[in-house]
Design a protein around this ligand. Structure first.
Ligand code: F3S
Length: 511
């Protein structure tokens, strides 16, 4: 399976210069999509096709085949078997290309050809909609831009160097107008793909831009590998510990040299980590009855957080408390406490049995309503006279949250909606969905009791039937991956890096 690098961005940002240099550096082919539109224009000119007659264009397009070859490292464009590279830059071809590139049939034909080239070769492709429309699955997407001032100055310097008369202000206005047209055109407007990395070259020279993009690719490539049998293995960027979990786990490891270290509940939903900490003397307490044993110890509150009562009970025992509650969860505690103190009714969208939700409930000074199904949302009956504040469990599915909020909002309450779903969860789920769509097999790594890993598994299974939920490498049957050309790997927020690396490395070297 080949690897594509998509470079998009506004005109004059230096895309083609960078794309060519990058392709040469990486030994990939550079696909000049503009040259392909020009080759199509050569066909129309040679065959006297009327550029203003869409039906004539549509009928002609089916007869065109364009491919790219290389002679001494220089791209040659082949039109129906003939090398037409020499005709691409003529005025006549340029006029024909600009008149005909707007037609849907022309675009579709060329996009199909571009995808075919990308499927068969490692390539760098530049344009305005490569990452968003032509190669939406490209593993590396760059959005290369520069301010209109910087682009105007570059163009001005270029024309002056050629001895041409020009006006800086006019150039700048032209660039801004072109940007506007490109961003507002009907078919595939210019925009940054969600998963593209933005590189602003305003204050950079070509070498610096090249280096910046190479660094991005190297970082991504560390997560994309080709096995000896030619399979592509892709490790999701968002796989593994989120910021809050990493912070909590590190906090415990920083304390392990002390006597009597406890965590309030397992620090994360991962048996391997909990076992490792246990071997280092860290014990887990589950409820108030255990407090008496911890008087001279240290209790670490995990990223899920705890209720105010648990916090106060711990404090009263005199133990040292280290609060590793994720700051995003602490924010929900504050909202719930302040709103409930002001007389607002609290609704939590989440699973009432989840420790994070139990903790959040415990910061309200009045009874809380927890909703996680359509039925519960429909049956929810609150006081119409009082305000309602809706918050969410940080790991709740966004679409489900929207659905439940919509049902509650229609009941006529004075509702304030606080979307407290954590971005880390959303990003991990979105990336997993995308990867599963592309992959022939997916591996989801995480503890069996981790609800966010289970959700990831469900999302992946929906897109890719051959999805496997494993806790460690021992659970993985490599044979089940033998038919897959592209294998994706993702992991829940509580899966340690060494377990993910072990799976990634073994899949890479054993298949
Ligand atoms: Fe915190 Fe978000 Fe992780 S809420 S614990 S960073 S999933």
């Amino acid at each position: 399976m080949s690897i594509s690098i998509a470079i998009d961005g506004p005109a004059g940002a230096g895309k083609s210069t960078i794309a060519k240099r990058l392709a040469a550096k990486m030994n990939y082919i550079y696909v000049d999509t503009g040259a392909m539109y020009r080759a199509m224009a050569v066909y129309f000119t040679q065959n006297h096709v009327n550029p203003d007659d869409e039906r004539e264009i549509d009928a002609s397009v089916v007869n065109v085949d364009i491919s790219i070859e290389y002679a001494d490292g220089v791209q040659q464009v082949i039109l129906n078997g003939d090398n037409v590279t020499a005709f691409l830059r003529t005025e006549e071809t340029g006029r024909m290309a600009s008149k005909t590139s707007k037609y849907a049939s022309v675009r579709k034909k060329l996009v199909d050809l571009q995808r075919k080239i990308a499927k068969e070769n490692n390539c760098v492709m530049d344009g305005r909609d490569i990452g968003t429309a032509v190669l939406p699955d490209a593993p590396v997407k760059i959005y290369l831009t520069a301010s209109s001032d910087a682009r105007a100055q570059r163009r001005f310097d270029e024309l002056v160097a050629k001895g041409e008369q020009c006006d800086y202000q006019t150039i700048k206005e032209d660039i801004e107008q072109r940007d506007y047209q490109d961003m507002h055109r009907e078919i595939s407007p210019l925009c940054q793909a969600e998963d593209a990395v933005l590189v602003d070259s305003s204050d950079m020279n070509i070498e610096e831009v090249l280096q910046a993009i190479t660094d991005i690719i190297e970082k991504k490539n560390a997560r994309i590998a080709t096995t000896k049998s030619g399979k592509t293995v892709i490790l999701a960027e968002s796989a593994g510990f989120c910021f809050g979990v990493e912070r909590a786990v590190n906090t415990v490891y920083e304390q392990v040299d002390k006597e009597n270290v406890y965590t309030y509940g397992p620090i994360i939903h991962n048996e391997e980590v909990v076992k490792d900490l246990e071997s280092k003397g860290v014990r887990v307490i589950e409820n108030a009855a255990d407090f008496k044993n911890t008087e001279n110890g240290t209790v670490i509150i995990r990223s899920h957080g705890v209720s105010k009562k648990v916090y106060d009970d711990l404090k009263n025992t005199g133990v040292e408390i280290i609060d590793a509650t994720c700051p995003f969860v602490l924010k929900i505690h504050t909202i719930v406490r302040e709103e409930s103190e002001a007389g607002t009714q609290i609704v939590i969208i989440g699973n009432e049995k989840h420790p994070e939700v139990e903790g959040i409930m415990g910061w309200s000074v009045s009874p809380v309503h927890v909703v996680d199904t359509v039925e519960k949302a429909q049956n929810l009956a609150l006081d119409l006279e009082k305000k309602v504040c809706i918050v969410s469990q940080t790991t709740f599915n966004y679409n489900k949250f929207q659905e439940l909020v919509e049902i509650i909002s229609k009941k006529g309450y004075n509702v304030s909606i606080r979307n407290t779903i954590c971005n880390a969860t959303e990003e991990r789920q979105t990336e997993a969905r995308k990867l599963a769509k592309r992959a022939d097999a997916m591996i989801v790594v995480g503890g069996s009791s981790s609800s966010n890993t289970r959700k990831l598994y469900e999302i992946c299974k929906n897109e890719c039937n051959a999805t496997f939920y494993i806790q460690t490498l021992n659970d993985l049957d490599l044979e089940s991956l033998s038919k897959a050309d592209c294998i994706g790997i993702t992991a829940g927020a509580s899966t340690p890096n060494n377990i993910i690396e072990e799976v990634y490395t073994n899949v890479r070297i054993k298949l």
